[in-house]
Write a protein of this length. Sequence first.
Length: 223
Amino acid sequence: MKVKPENITAINSEHWEKFYENNRNLSESTFCTEVRHRFQGDFIIIDIGCGSGRDSLSFAVAGLDVFGIDRSYEAISANTKLAGERVTKGKLSFERIDLGDESGLKSLLERAVKQAETERKKVVLYLRFLLHAIDEETEGVLLDTLANNAPSGSYFAAEFRTSEDADKSKTYDDHYRRFICTDDFLEAIKVRGFSISEFYKGTGLSIYKEEDPFLARVIAEKL
C-alpha cells in the first residue's frame, strides 16, 4: 500500500490505535529478551515507541526501571493499567509523547538522566520496530534529541526493517513503513557520537505468524 507522506501521521495513528486495542498482554519480543539479558543490574530503560508495552513490562518485571513512551492514547492508557497490576520490582511509568515534539522527548530524557545520575545507573535507549514506522525527518529529530541529551556511557539498542525487507510478504500491509538502508543508518548514529558495539541483520529474528522480516539489530554506546 502506497501512503503519501502527508497522510503518514493520520493513517499510522488510526492503524496503531486499533492494533493496540486488539493486541494486549503480549509476551516480550525476541529483541527484548536479548537486550534484557545483556543489560542486567543498574540500568534505566527508555522504551521509545513502546506500543503495547510488552517489552517495557518485561524489563520492569525483571527489576529494571523503565520509562515507556508512545504517541498512542490507547497504548498509554492500557499500559498504565497493566503496570499497576503486574509490576512489583522495577519502577515503570508510561507517558504519551509525540516524537515530532522535540521538547517533550527532551524533558523526559532530562528526568531519566537526572535519576540515572542520582542512582548511579546507566541509560539504555531502546527502539524496537520504531525507526521504520517514522519518516526520515522525524528520525532525524529523534536521533538529534537522543544524541544531544543522552550522557556519555548511555546505550542505544534498536531493531528495525531494512531495505532487504521491502519485497518480502507482510502480515499487515495497511500502514506506512520505511525500509532502512543500514549503511546510511549506521553512519547517521556514528556522526552523532555513538560507537557501534554490535550490528547484524537477517531473517529469523522476529517471526510473526507467516512473516519472517529481514531486520537489523544495533547496539551502540554514546561516547
